[in-house]
Ligand binder design. Sequence first.
Ligand SMILES: [Zn+2]
Length: 89
Amino acid sequence: MKILCRCSGRHSPPKAGGYVGFANPLGGAQTSTICGNPSCDNPALVWMDDDAAAAYMKGQRVFAGPNNFTKVKVDNAGVIPINQFQPQP
Ligand SMILES: [Zn+2]
């Protein structure tokens, strides 16, 4: 299960890693979930691979990254498929 937090601007969608869609972080634009790109401090979307999206469908809303630094919580609006992603300016 993999997630990746990237802003809705130039750092989405992820070009590799098998991410199939994203969920919005709890708090929307006021979230403390920030794009993981080192040069960016914008709010992030939570990109999910197949396993994470399946867990979401079963009710999971809290997701861990690749280490134990933190976890992120997403809202209940669903996983938006990658082909429906609309870049923000
Ligand atoms: Zn970014």
